[in-house]
Design a protein around this ligand. Structure first.
Ligand code: NAD
Ligand code: MG
Length: 332
């Protein structure tokens, strides 16, 4: 079985004619979705908190802005683009009361639906449109007449047309120009959490930190350790991003490539893979999700904030800041 792909020709933007799309939140994803849909001719309203600093920004960009509950009232198609830890409270208090039979509820990440923090009424379509790129790229690609590949998924199909609604929205934000892949809420949520924990965020930062500390403890200059174990990661990742491992290995020296083959497996051992499987099972059985929501409930976040402070005080952050001072192209 191979993954299903869709393009603009498979989407019918007309399905959004006569409907109002309410985009809740105007952050990374929210601004890109709202502006791209608006410029695709869709009737868009943005839902924000009263006093939100984004309110003026969205209005100046030519969008209609209202409080979340008013946007939910106005919308026939509501896209939730607020942080995952607050989405359930916002949905239950300010959105759910205004969802009518046959409305479409959408997310860009499956967390709250898949783990049942949000249980939408059964008279709604529940879909996902998740661009595989940050919001500013979703916006900048659209402006260039291109798009960012996106996932779609259908969790609940009340109308019998839920997938077409998801495709229409995906097309409106430009994704159909690049390609739309069909997944499920479960698959998107579990693979997303696994990737960020084991590889992209948790895996990469601990790998860099361990390399940095090993060199510094062995008496090498922290600046050297920072360049070699942290700063240069981007060069390698950019090559992989552009042409896969092959392109990266073509560009590095034979010495580096030989060392790559010789040493990588000594670090990512069978034990590491075993631990990855354990992390995956804690994601699958909901252990991670309930721990995360617990930590963020009632505004406590004590452990989370303490960890953030500790990480910010690590030597490597100070060394990195001083090196970046020397790189004029990185200055804001
Ligand atoms: P963000 O933090 O950039 O923006 C969140 C928005 O929600 C902001 O406009 C903020 O003002 C608003 N908000 C916060 N609390 C609120 C409240 N109580 N009431 C009303 N509005 C409130 O978030 P984001 O990165 O755009 O993520 C939104 C969703 O998109 C998440 O589900 C995320 O998983 C998903 N997603 C993000 C990316 C990405 O690259 N950032 C990619 C794909 C999917
Ligand atoms: Mg993600």
């Amino acid at each position: 079985m191979s993954i299903q792909k869709f393009y603009d020709k498979d989407c019918n933007l007309e399905m959004l004619k006569g409907k109002t799309v309410a985009v809740i939140g105007y952050g990374s994803q929210g601004h890109a979705h709202a502006l791209n849909l608006h410029e695709s001719g869709v009737d868009v309203v943005v839902g924000l908190r009263k006093g939100s600093s984004s309110w003026k920004v969205a209005e100046e960009a030519g969008l209609k802005v209202m409080e979340v509950s008013d946007a939910a009232k106005a919308g026939d198609y509501v896209m939730m683009l607020v942080p995952d830890e607050v989405a359930a409270d916002i949905y239950n208090e300010q959105v759910a009361p205004f969802m009518k039979e046959g409305d479409v509820l959408a997310f860009a990440h499956g967390f709250n639906i898949h783990f049942n923090f949000i249980t939408p009424a059964d008279y709604l379509d529940v879909v996902m449109i998740a661009p595989k790129g940050p919001g500013h790229t979703v916006r900048s690609q659209f402006l260039e007449g291109k798009g960012v590949p996106s996932l779609i998924a259908v969790q609940q199909d009340y109308s019998g047309k839920a997938q077409d609604y998801a495709l229409a929205y995906a097309c409106g934000i430009g994704a159909g120009r690049a390609g739309i892949l069909k997944t499920s809420y479960r698959e998107e949520t579990e693979t997303d959490l696994f990737g960020e924990q084991c590889v992209l965020c948790g895996g990469v930062t601990e790998l860099m930190k361990a390399g940095f500390e090993t060199l510094v403890e062995a008496g090498y200059e922290p600046e050297m350790a920072y360049f070699e174990c942290i700063h240069e990661m981007k060069l390698i990742v950019d090559l992989i991003n552009k042409g896969g491992f092959g392109e990266m290995r073509f560009s590095i020296s034979n010495t580096a490539e030989y060392g790559d083959y010789r040493t990588g497996k000594r670090l990512i051992t069978e034990d590491t893979r075993k631990e990855m499987k354990k992390v995956l099972s804690e994601i699958q059985d909901g252990t991670f999700a309930s721990e995360f929501m617990q930590e963020f409930s009632a505004g406590r976040k004590a452990r989370f904030l303490a960890t953030r402070r500790n990480e910010a005080n690590h030597q490597l952050e100070k060394v990195g800041a001083s090196l970046r001072e020397m790189m004029c192209w990185l200055k804001k």
